[in-house]
Structures are given as C-alpha cells and as structure tokens.
Design a protein. Sequence first.
Length: 440
Amino acid sequence: MKIGVIGSGYVGLVAAACFSEMGNKVICLDIDEEKINNLKLGIIPIYEPGLDTLVKENYQKGSLDFTTDIQVLLPNVEIVFIAVGTPMGQDGSADLRYVLNVATTIGQKMSNPLIVVNKSTVPVGTADKVKSVINHELSKRNINIPFSVVSNPEFLKEGDAINDFMHPDRIVVGSDDAETINTMKNLYSPFTINNDRFISMDIRSAEMTKYAANAMLATKISFINEVANICERVGADINNVRIGIGSDNRIGYKFIYPGCGYGGSCFPKDVSALINIAKEHDYYPNLISSVEEVNMLQKEVLFKKLTKCLGNDLKGKKIAIWGLSFKPGTDDMREAPSITLIRSILSAGGIVNAYDPKAVNEAKFYLKDCNVNYFSDKYSALEKVEALVLVTEWKEFRSPDFILMKKKMSDYFFIDGRNQFKTKFIKEKGFKYIQIGVKS
Ligand SMILES: NC(=O)c1ccc[n+]([C@@H]2O[C@H](COP(=O)([O-])OP(=O)(O)OC[C@H]3O[C@@H](n4cnc5c(N)ncnc54)[C@H](O)[C@@H]3O)[C@@H](O)[C@H]2O)c1
C-alpha cells in the first residue's frame, strides 16, 4: 500500500519505518527541515533501539522516503497518518493545534481519495473536528473528493517501540465505514497474523480507549506509590508487598513497581487531558484526579529523602544523579522526575553531577536554565559526592563496581528511586542505602 505519515517523531517515525519494513511504500513528512535532512543522511533524531537500522535500510531500498513538502506526499498515498504532537495545553487539556493544522493542509492540498488516520492521542470528538476542517477546506475549493477519517490510537512504548509496533497486543481502529475498516485490516494484517488482535469499533470509543488505557496504567503506578509511602510509615517493605499482591493474577506484576513517579510524553498529559474531557462534560473524575495528585507529590519523594540524609541546606554539597530520561531505553526527558529533583537540589544550594547513557543532550535542553555538571561516564560523576541518587533504572546501573564507587564518593548515601537492590547486599558493601517504600 502507499502510505503517508505526517509527523516524524517517536510515533510517526516508528510507524513509517515498520510499515515500510512490511513492504509498503511510505513517505514520512515533518515541518522540521533539519530533521528531514538528517533522516535522509541516516541521522536519527531520537534514541530508540533498532530504529536506526530499520530507517536506513528501508530508505536505501526506496520503500521509505522523507519530505517536508505535502505536495509530494498527498498525491502519492492512499492512507495518510497524522502523528504530530498533542502536548498539554495551559489548562491541562490536549492542544489540538498541530493536528488541526495538518487537517487544514490536507483539505487544502488533497487531490485524490484518502483515508485520514488519527494516530496522535486526541480527545473524544477530534475525528469529527478533523472531518469538518477537511470538508470546510474542500468546500472553499469548490470540489468534492471522497475521504474518511479513522481513529487508530498508538500503544507503543518508548524504549521497545519497534517490538511493540511489530508485535502489537492489539490494533484499535475506530471507523463508521466498513470498507475503510477492511482496508485498515489489510494494512495491519502482517502485524496481526492472529486476527483477534484487530479490534474495530466506533470512532469515539477508539479515541477514548487510548486515554482509558493510559489512565489505568497511571492508576496502577500511583496506587503502588501510595502503598509504598504507607509501607514506609508502618514499617512494612513494599518490595515484599509488591510480590505478595502481584502473585494474584487479577492484579499481576506489571506496573506495580514503586518509584519516583511517572513521567514521559504520554501519561502526564493524557491523564490531565482525560480529567479535562470529563470536566468539560460535567463530570468530576475523583479517582483520576487523585492519580495525578499522587504522582506530583511522588516526584518530590527523592528530594525529601535526600534532605533527610544531608539536611535541608545543601549549600556546597555535591550530589550525583544516575539516570535522567523518564525511563530506560529512551532519551525522552519530557516530564522526567529527574527534572523535579535537579531543580529542587539546585534551589537548596546543592551541586549536581549528572550521568545518563543516552539523554544528556535532551537534558541540557530541558534544563538549559540550570547549572548542572554532566559526565560521559557514571563513575566520574561520583567524584567527591556525598550522595548518589539513582533515578532511571538503565541496565548498566544493575551491577556497578561498588568498590570504585566508594573510592570516588566522599560520603556513602545511596538513594535508590527504583529499588534495584537488596538492602542487606548494598549495606554490606558499606553504603547507607535508602529505598522507596522501606523504612530507613
Ligand atoms: N511517544 C510515545 O511514546 C507515544 C505513544 C503513543 C502515542 N503517542 C502520541 O502520538 C503523538 C505524537 O507523539 P510523539 O511522541 O511522536 O511526538 P513528537 O513530539 O516526538 O513528534 C511530533 C512531530 O510532529 C512534527 N510536526 C508538528 N507539526 C507538524 C505539521 N504541521 N506537519 C508535519 N509535522 C509536524 C514535529 O516537528 C515532530 O517531529 C502524540 O499525540 C502522542 O500523545 C506517543
């Protein structure tokens, strides 16, 4: 099939690369010229395991191309995906500016029948808005070209995005047109050999499914973090409690790891957008609002533990941070808990030595107003620090050289925001080990 993808970020680029890998002819577009020029040179704008090879190989084969020109894309495709950002607006709702700009351009420039697919995460009712914007532009041109609008939310996880896209748990497609659903089914058939994974429904339910899925996962995270905070106060150990409840397969082990709060480009903005959607429809979502509130407080937990160790005045005290991205396997810094922690340390007068395997450049952008010392090696970041805070659980932090760490550090507070180690094991190495959800 001939496919266009508008927006070449985490979702658009992965989708374009995976569709082209399956033998489709794909054109990927972005308004960011530098990004498109770099992609043509094989320079990938984001860190996502396996993406660079897929993009380079398919570009060289001619099954994947890049452009900034919508006039190159639209006449040569039958399905066009909208995969631009839907960031959090000032009031917490989803900002639809980019999606509706794309819809306007499609209406202004399309010349052949199209299936327009919303892959961006958008509030319920957005497909109707996209449809009416395109219709409005077509009527201004005084022409009638058939098109349909489909909702096809994306469920990939950054850090494992290629695997998720190639082997999805489910493909959700919302459309009111049987022929369009059939075309979408054919497009996704190489990814869903088991047809049960293709779920078609009405458009509004498909739009809502994405928010409900993210809100459910965020709820599990805030739930376990709240239980961890209670454990700490009553002298229970969240690491045991987690295993105790996860063994009940109605609960399961996934997404019940205690930590320093969820971040990233999806959960914070999607939870917030869902709260807004509910309020706009005269419903106050008590549970989901609390999920958000618990998460905001949880992002401050590591700083509180740090000041409990070093005192409230951190003036001149050097602290190392291992891991900056919001989770391992990505360089994405959007809403990362490390940002909250670093800002708090600096405002209390502390000095921050930071290390991350992939996210340093992104961190420099998100913390451009902050004076942070960045290191390209995790041990160098420990030179004369009084405390180490582990924020992101990259694999390389799982089995570090504890002897070398101790040699570098001037004091041995080790605050683990991801509960990676057994307390007894780390204490035997001579560290003052502090975890989340365990009394210290
Ligand atoms: N990142 C994820 O893990 C993930 C997962 C599932 C769903 N989503 C959703 O997918 C959507 C995209 O997210 P992302 O993380 O890929 O965003 P992103 O910010 O990484 O990429 C968006 C891209 O769109 C481009 N763009 C903006 N306006 C444009 C226009 N008018 N024409 C062409 N390109 C334009 C930007 O330059 C940017 O490259 C969002 O709605 C997000 O919520 C993201």
